[in-house]
Design a binder for this molecule. Structure first.
Ligand code: SF4
Length: 460
């Protein structure tokens, strides 16, 4: 793999032009020719059901084609056969092989999608906040001090992550019900809720927006005095760092960060980095430098994902390199219960072991990171470890964030289960622990079920 340095990228038109590939045109690339037939067939089959989008930078600079299919960035962006169950795969394969009409493929794909829990934790069914009786569909308000804003023009990404829990949005199963066109509506909501100090602008990836469109959002947010931190969830720092370096409106975008900072607010870039290779190019480093000089503080976060980053050395390398560049290691999340979760999930105990092994390799300055953490219905459930209580093996847990703030930072226990991969698999160890597993159904404007920080915004 030839690495290009930033100065080459600044002058090399091919390298700075954003070129995207999907199921429709990936077959025209030279890389496609290099793939064995069975991999090609699985990409074409799985991508009828799950979204697929990659770009030239990821293909040229991040994927090591000599290491395909095991390469982490190939696993991260190209659909894999194991992402569908055998039964689902066998249902789609004859249609793909037989070049069935699009309508027939779509119908079969939609049936399968509905079996993949496309809207985990009822994200479409819970409350949309209101102001004066008017719904504010682009806003979610889960925790007292944080609101999430989903601008409608930021609901796609520079490439798609195979594990994304927002996958349903990218295949048209969720018509962006919570995407708002009106930043002014969001401002009204923030003004009506002075307890909100943090706004998270998320997607998709809000950095796919033109700087001018983003500026209109900034215009509104900076008017709200009670907002102290503006978080921007983005994966573009990894998938398209050119957004902050060579794009035609890169400077204009960075000026928006400066405007937020000049308004006295903290600019928190929630940088979605899954693997250290994403920080290995000159352009990725340059993006970090430019964001920081514009007043942005980059926090690094990612889920732990089998086939991609289930390796303590990879995490330690990512966090150490990030810290060296001035980023702040922030969260290791647990993969959510949707889509191809079966392919990507790890037992919780393994996630904890990997976190611990990686953490042990870090200098104190990088030990800002927390995890593994599950963004589940009651809050952010942090796995602190495994211990014995009264002769019984147990997980030690705590909420880092919770709908019920009184639960935060109180250690509690769940029965040890070496196969558990998600919060719903856990059971309270004793009666005293039961309250941490029961929670009221949401009521009123606060109570949406999805915390999307882990993706783009998370993004995750
Ligand atoms: S995880 Fe984030 S960057 Fe990746 S596809 Fe999903 S929303 Fe986009």
């Amino acid at each position: 793999m030839v690495r290009k340095n930033a100065s080459t990228l600044l002058t090399d038109e091919t390298a700075t032009k954003f070129q995207v590939f999907t199921r429709a045109n990936i077959t025209k690339t030279p890389e496609w020719e290099r793939l064995p037939e069975e991999i090609r067939e699985s990409v074409m089959t799985v991508s009828t059901v799950l979204p697929f989008r990659v770009n030239r930078y990821v293909m040229d600079e991040l994927i090591d084609w000599n290491n395909v299919p095991a390469d982490p960035m190939f696993q991260l962006t190209f659909p894999q056969r194991g992402m569908l169950s055998e039964e689902h795969y066998e249902r789609m394969l004859p249609l793909v092989r037989g070049d069935a009409p699009k309508a027939e493929i779509d119908e079969a794909a939609n049936q399968i999608r509905l079996e993949l829990n496309p809207h985990p934790a009822g994200q479409l069914t819970h409350n949309v906040p209101t102001v004066d009786g008017e719904e504010i569909p682009g806003v979610q308000h889960k925790y007292r001090e944080t609101a999430l804003f989903f601008p409608s023009s930021g609901q796609t990404c520079h490439a798609y992550c195979t594990f994304c829990f927002r996958w349903a949005q990218f295949v048209g199963m969720n018509d962006l019900k919570f995407a708002s066109r009106e930043a002014s509506q969001m401002r009204r909501y923030l003004e009506a809720h002075p307890e909100i100090t943090d706004v998270l602008i998320t997607g998709g990836d809000p950095m796919v927006m033109k700087a001018k469109v983003f500026a209109a959002i900034v215009d509104e947010i900076i008017k709200v005095e009670t907002v102290r931190t503006v978080r921007i969830g983005t994966k573009s720092v990894a998938y398209w760092p050119h957004r902050f370096v060579t794009d035609a409106d890169a400077d204009e975008m960075l000026q928006q960060f400066e405007r937020i900072a000049e308004a006295g607010k903290h600019v928190a870039i929630m940088g979605h980095y899954n693997h250290p290779v994403e920080l290995s190019t000159d352009i990725a480093e340059e993006a970090v430098r430019r964001i920081r000089s514009a007043g942005g503080n980059i926090r690094m976060q990612s889920p732990i994902i089998r086939h991609i980053n289930d390796d303590p050395r990879a995490w330690a390398q990512l966090w150490r390199r990030g810290t060296q560049l001035g980023c702040i290691p922030y969260y290791m999340f647990v993969e959510r219960d949707t889509g191809a979760q079966r392919y990507f999930e790890l037992p919780l105990v393994r996630a904890w072991e990997i976190f611990r092994e990686a953490y042990q390799r870090l200098p104190g300055t990088a030990r800002t990171v927390r995890g593994p953490s599950m963004s589940c219905f009651p809050g952010k459930c942090h796995i602190l470890g495994v211990t014995e209580v009264g002769g019984q093996k147990a997980f030690i847990l705590e909420y880092l964030q919770a709908r019920d703030p009184s639960l935060v930072r109180q250690p509690f226990f769940a029965k040890y289960d070496e196969t558990a991969t998600w919060y719903d698999d856990l059971k309270p160890l004793t009666e005293r622990d039961a309250k941490f597993f029961s929670y009221p159904e949401p009521a009123g404007g606060v109570g949406l079920t999805v915390d999307r920080e882990e993706v783009s915004v998370e993004s995750n």
